[in-house]
Design a protein around this ligand. Structure first.
Ligand SMILES: Cc1ncc(COP(=O)(O)OP(=O)(O)O)c(N)n1
Ligand SMILES: Cc1nc(C(=O)O)sc1CCOP(=O)(O)O
Ligand SMILES: [Mg+2]
Length: 504
């Protein structure tokens, strides 16, 4: 059954923003949208002609009907027309947070000013928002004007964005997404910011040239709400919502004489629409003056693997490397954790030699210095390793680079480095490694693969065994990486043959 998401917002008679946009955006991400309407605006593509706010008892009756039968996983709040409405909504949200067995996640889009420049709320609402609503908000999604209105910080650069976001956190908001659509900094680019769990995330793409941007704010926050309801972490919801808006801007058309609405298309399936993760070392990061801890850290474009990797065994000893290679596994990774310093280098050297003997690919996990020293086929690195490893040295030595990813954000971050392959995990729960909170499932895998398969060999890892390998293979992923399905099998040769057959 689809997850339920509520939108508490105003109706846009022009059909491009407000409740109308929210329902369409939520539907695009496969959740069920319920609504409580706060105002009936009279709008068209030329602007706002009237705001007819809904009486608080009428709003309350809508909330009551929903709460008794269709509680929401996520509640998106948009336009609140006056102080009475803010107080009413805050009281109800506070009650849901305390009383519901699963407290809802609150996404608040502080709709104060429409894209047309028209004000949508009464002047005295700002204080009421700060007092009553903001302390209940999990994710706030202001545009640059709205964040200025709420915090008094004028957004002249990235440090000002950070400062404004911190002020919102001081006001009680848990996470902040700042929409850069009106920012134009650096010139010609649209840069967005997210502060989540104390970490900052920056996304950027070239500004998409269209006048038809009506409803982008509402749609972005609704897409975020829908993705949160689907279980995506905020950093992934942020990326997906941004890609959704970009896709919609490319397809936007006019319906009246003025500004047309952003098109409401489906789940973004083309990498062209996805923003770039802005990281130290990249051109956009330099423009934004990001500090770069290690100059050697950034390198893009690694040697290729000449095709998909097939069955991929991840093992922790030279003995297992040889057993897998001799049984016909085309790709093997030596993954030694808590290494014995006395034997580590010899083990890595032997594994590399075995790879050459069997003319198969042997990747070395983590120990990139030894992998370079002994001429390995490739190294496999995790996301944290990307900040520490000398990527330039790996690239210049001609080693292949495989990178682990867990979700959309990490996938796009890895894409900055143009590695030799991308691994997606953990697809299923596993006992081999603690992957709490990082289980992706088949639905997400089936989004990752078509996005990336055109550019990289793809690998699925985590909890994969013979019982699920055929389903995993159906996503089109080029390789299945396993630990226990081989090392804990009764007969590794039989297991290897059966797993290989799933990929054929
Ligand atoms: C093929 C493949 N995919 C993912 C991983 C995990 O790598 P990493 O994130 O570096 O974690 P550790 O393996 O080091 O615990 C992998 N090893 N192989
Ligand atoms: C080493 C590893 N990395 C993962 C990731 O998702 O990055 S999951 C994983 C463990 C895979 O072991 P098994 O096949 O026994 O479940
Ligand atoms: Mg590692």
């Amino acid at each position: 059954m689809a997850q339920v998401v509520w939108s508490i917002a105003g109706s846009d008679s022009g059909g491009g923003a407000g409740i109308q946009a929210d329902i369409k955006a939520m539907q695009s991400f496969g959740v069920h949208a319920c609504t409580a309407i706060t105002a009936l605006t009279a709008q068209n593509s030329l602007g706002v002609e009237a705001i007819n706010s809904v009486a608080t008892d009428v709003i309350e009756s809508q909330l009551q009907a929903l709460a008794t039968d269709m509680p929401a996983k996520v509640i998106k709040i948009g336009m609140l027309a006056n102080v009475q409405q803010i107080q009413l909504i805050a009281e109800h949200i506070s009650h849901y947070k305390q009383k519901w067995s699963q407290p809802p996640i609150i996404v608040y889009d502080p709709v104060a000013i429409a894209t047309s420049g028209d004000r949508l709320t009464e002047e005295d609402t700002i204080d009421a928002l700060k007092t009553h609503l903001l302390p209940l908000v999990d994710v706030i999604t202001p545009n640059t004007q709205e964040i200025q209105l709420l915090t008094g910080v004028y957004l002249i650069g990235p440090d000002a964005v950070r400062e404004a976001a911190s002020k919102l956190v001081e006001m009680g908001v848990k996470s902040v997404v700042v929409k850069g659509g009106h920012w134009d900094y650096p010139k010609g680019y649209c840069v967005d910011f997210c502060l989540w769990q104390g970490q900052e995330y920056w996304l950027g793409n070239e500004t998409i040239s269209t006048p038809h941007t009506h409803g982008t704010g509402c749609s972005l926050s609704s897409a975020i709400a829908a993705c949160l309801a689907k279980g995506y972490p905020l950093k992934d919801a942020f990326i997906l919502a941004k890609a959704y808006i970009n896709q919609g801007l490319y397809a936007a058309t006019r319906y009246g004489e003025g500004i047309g609405p952003v098109a409401q298309t489906g789940f973004p399936t083309n990498l062209t629409y996805y923003p770039q993760v802005i990281e130290a070392g990249s051109w956009l990061a330099d423009e934004l003056d990001f500090a770069q801890p290690n100059p050697f850290n950034f390198a893009a474009g690694f040697a290729d693997t000449n095709g998909e990797l097939g069955l991929y065994a991840v093992v922790d000893s030279v003995d297992w490397v040889e057993k897998c290679l001799s049984a016909g596994v085309p790709t093997v990774q030596l993954r030694i954790k808590n290494a014995n310093v006395e034997t580590l280098e010899a083990d890595i050297q032997t594994a590399i030699t075995l790879g050459k003997k069997y003319q198969s690919r042997v990747f070395i996990n983590d120990h990139w210095q030894l992998a370079i020293k002994h001429g390995a086929y490739g190294v496999h690195l995790g996301q944290e390793d990307l900040c520490e490893a000398n990527l330039k040295a790996i690239q210049e030595a001609g080693l292949r680079l495989g990178v682990s990813t867990h979700g959309f954000y990490e996938m796009l971050r890895a894409h900055n480095y143009r590695p030799s392959y991308l691994a997606f995990g953990a697809i299923y729960p596993t006992t081999t490694k603690d992957m709490t909170g990082q289980i992706q499932g088949l639905e997400k895998l089936s989004h990752f693969v078509p996005l990336m398969a055109e550019y990289y060999p793809t690998v699925a890892i985590g909890g994969i065994d013979l019982s699920v390998a055929p389903d995993v293979a159906k996503t089109g992923v080029g390789s299945i990486a396993v630990v226990r399905a081989i090392t804990e099998s009764e007969d590794h040769r039989v297991a290897i043959e059966q797993l290989k057959a799933c990929l054929e």
